[in-house]
Design a protein around this ligand. Sequence first.
Ligand code: ATP
Length: 214
Amino acid sequence: MSKLYALFGGTFDPIHYGHLRPVEALAQQVGLKKVTLLPNNVPPHRPQPEASAQQRVAMLRCAIADRPLFEIDTRELEHDTPSWTVATLEALRAERGAEQPLAFIVGQDSLLTLAKWHRWQDLLSLCHLLVCKRPGYATQMDTPEMQRWLDEHLADDVQQLHHSSAGRIWLADTPLLNISATEIRQRRHAGASCADLLPDAVIDYIDSVGLYRG
Ligand code: ATP
């Protein structure tokens, strides 16, 4: 069994099939036995999620109840301060040791804006990056420098992810799902159906607590 420990961070306001299905396909390709969902804390100066942290976690629980691939780590919600991915990865690295292969999963849109992340240049010293396709986003990086950085770190074999602790980027061949949490919130506010965009159990939860209404 692979020791590769993979995290998937997001706001998950709410979690949807655009999160779940590409990551399930990625897990199959890469040979991940588990993926840890890492709901993030949104810094106070940014637009806040509509759902509370507790509701976002409750929706994750509903979504993964029948998906044994996933588990949840709520550590980033336990502080009021912004949750920098790099700091969480440093904590995990300290807990799990230098040899542990670690990976952080992102969608293509997040890869494109990676240079805006806090201490982004430290990320690959801490983990591999596993990238899911996302429709509507460029497949090339914005600048020649970022494209060169990407090319230099690309893994050409999945085994590299298992046999080194960090430093590689894997562009996964995942299904394209044109779904965003923004669209789901907007559809709910407009009273439109969201069936097929997220699991029924999550829709039932949203209905039961009256989220994304009006
Ligand atoms: P919002 O619309 O509120 O900005 P979102 O749908 O983009 O939300 P997030 O929780 O911000 O969802 O995303 C968490 C991670 O999931 C990010 O790395 C993002 O790139 C990825 N992701 C979200 N939706 C998709 C999708 N449809 N396909 C592939 N990756 C996705």
